[in-house]
Design a binder for this molecule. Structure first.
Ligand code: HEM
Length: 195
């Protein structure tokens, strides 16, 4: 089943969900391996940062695909036994999750002056786009000044704090439904059993 139904997710939604979970894991493992194991030094620094940027930017593209798919497919309903406050909390946490999935990679991209290298092609940084730097010039700003708040947000707020907390909350809610409530909320995002 490719498309979602009102009771379960289809294969596209499942693939994109677990692929994004994997990419998020790698984006964290890569950057903290660099920080904690390599002390931010050595010949692996540059390839690891490129890996982090490439994966992070891909997450943004997958979010766009996921939002499109969500808008053009039915949304599987939550169990009718769930109390109203839990339904509201779930919808608010999904909103925050999507918000962070968008603003975290965007802040990483805007706070970076060398772009994203995928080997086969390169996504230029806005600092390399003269129309944009000219526009900043009109406001008396250099790109280095423009990127300061994005760097701060990415390195101090989103990456090390809010983003992983929202993900941890989301994962805990899925596990709570599966092991405590014993309902289908997590199961419908898992691969279908072929029996
Ligand atoms: C969902 C996507 C992303 C997540 C979860 C994420 C998370 C993080 C985290 C946790 C850090 C380490 C902060 C610290 O020092 O404690 C970091 C650093 C960094 N991120 Fe991201 N990031 C994402 C996307 C991106 C993107 C798209 C770019 C650029 C195109 C980027 C560029 C960077 C850079 C350059 C660093 C600093 C590396 C260094 O230590 O020099 N990130 N990010």
């Amino acid at each position: 089943m490719i498309r979602n139904t009102t009771t379960s997710y289809g294969s596209i939604a499942k693939w994109v969900h677990w692929l994004m979970a994997f990419l998020i894991l790698i984006s964290y493992v890569s950057i903290y391996y660099l920080h904690w194991m390599l002390n931010d030094e050595g010949p692996l620094r540059s390839p690891i940062i490129q890996l982090h940027k490439g994966i992070g930017f891909s997450i943004l593209l997958f979010v766009a695909l996921r939002l499109y798919w969500r808008a053009s497919n039915p949304d599987p309903k939550l169990p009718s036994s769930m109390p109203g406050w839990q339904v509201k909390a779930a919808s608010m946490s999904h909103f925050i999750l999507y918000f962070m999935l968008i603003v975290t990679p965007i802040s990483g991209y805007l706070g970076n002056t060398s772009g994203v290298d995928y080997g086969l092609f390169h996504v230029a940084s806005l600092s390399q786009v003269s129309i944009f730097t000219d526009m900043l010039g009109q406001f008396g700003l250099t790109y280095e000044e423009f990127e300061i708040p994005f760097d701060f947000f990415h390195y101090e707020i989103a990456g090390p704090l809010i983003f992983w907390m929202v993900i941890a909350l989301h994962a805990s809610a899925g596990l709570y439904h599966h092991f405590v409530e014993k309902d289908d909320v997590l199961k419908r995002m898992l691969p279908e059993k072929s029996d």
